[in-house]
Design a protein around this ligand. Structure first.
Ligand code: OMP
Length: 286
């Protein structure tokens, strides 16, 4: 797909940019998830002003020290046009401070509509252009092709849900096809084909939760990033990185939202929580 390690437009590839950000700041993604319960815990009103304060406080506190920030789109969409305006500010604030933005939208549709989603999030001119997005492969991995193509052209990335952290995910994701391969593994294998030969890392990531059983998916040939959710509120700890992935898997990017955000609204406390998370990950990942 991108064997020379650069996007086809000549801009650095997402895989290269993520590798650089993680080398400089450590392998951690923090989710910007403005849950109403967190707004209340921060002493903020449950209105647009409180929501905006929450999202921007978290972003400004973390964007100059964390490799990746992951705003979850649903929380912003809930406030309509005002929420989308805040999301645009979160994206630009984070990127200006040097963080990569993974916009968590979990999109997936027929190819022609997928092209519209790609234009909305992965085009240079899009108001909501992020460095990467999350996508859902339920309509078939191939239906996501417009997103892969647009991401490659613009130096952006795509993270495909493979084995999610929630307890319900296994019914679909551990189902086996006629070759006796699980759905989750087939997603990883398709992503690996797109990443083949890319250096230092491909642009097509997968999502595998820290809450799943060991050895459910083989990642040795992926050559792409692995977003790993499920920490804190969903029960996983840094030790689960070792339990689930063993050693030697490249490109792991643990992500945590509520377990970091609950330390706000104080910016220093938010930063300290992110640093503690990095330290505990560093004690596990080589
Ligand atoms: O794609 C994701 O980000 C994601 C995939 C998955 O398997 N599990 C999962 O929890 N997530 C997201 O990661 C975040 C986890 O939030 P916390 O449980 O608060 O850390 C939420 O925004 C979820 O939507």
């Amino acid at each position: 797909m991108n064997g020379a390690g650069g996007a086809s437009s000549g801009v650095p590839s997402f895989g290269a940019r993520l590798t650089e950000a993680v080398a400089a700041r450590g392998p951690l993604c923090v989710g910007v998830d403005p849950h109403p319960a967190l707004l209340e815990a921060w002493g903020l009103p449950l209105d647009v002003a409180g929501f905006e304060r929450f999202a921007l406080t978290a972003t400004e506190a973390l964007a100059d020290s964390v490799a990746v920030l992951k705003p979850q789109s649903a929380f912003f969409e809930a406030y309509g046009a005002a929420g989308i305006t805040v999301l645009e500010r979160v994206i630009s604030t984070a990127r200006q401070a040097g963080a990569l933005v993974l916009l968590d939208v979990k999109r997936g549709d027929i190819g022609s509509t997928m092209a519209a989603y790609a234009a909305a999030y992965l085009a240079d001119t899009a108001p909501l252009a992020a460095d990467a997005i999350t996508v859902s492969p339920y309509l078939g991995f191939g239906a996501l092709e417009p997103a892969f193509t647009r991401a490659r052209e613009t130096g952006r990335g795509v993270f495909v849900l493979a084995r999610t952290s929630n307890p319900e995910g296994h019914t679909v994701q551990r189902a086996r096809d006629s070759r006796d391969v699980t759905v989750a593994q087939s997603i990883v294998d398709e992503a690996a084909k797109l990443n083949a030969g890319a250096e230092p890392l491909g642009d097509v990531g997968v999502v595998v939760g820290a809450t799943v059983e060991p050895d459910e998916v083989r990642l040795d040939t992926l050559n792409g990033p692995v977003l790993v959710p499920g920490f804190g509120a969903q029960g996983a700890t840094a030790e689960d990185l070792r339990r689930v992935f063993g050693s030697g898997v490249r490109g792991l990017l643990p992500t945590s939202s509520r377990d970091i955000l609950r330390h706000g609204p104080d910016a220093e406390a938010l930063r300290a929580a992110a640093e503690r998370a990095k330290d505990s990950i560093a004690s596990i990942l080589p």
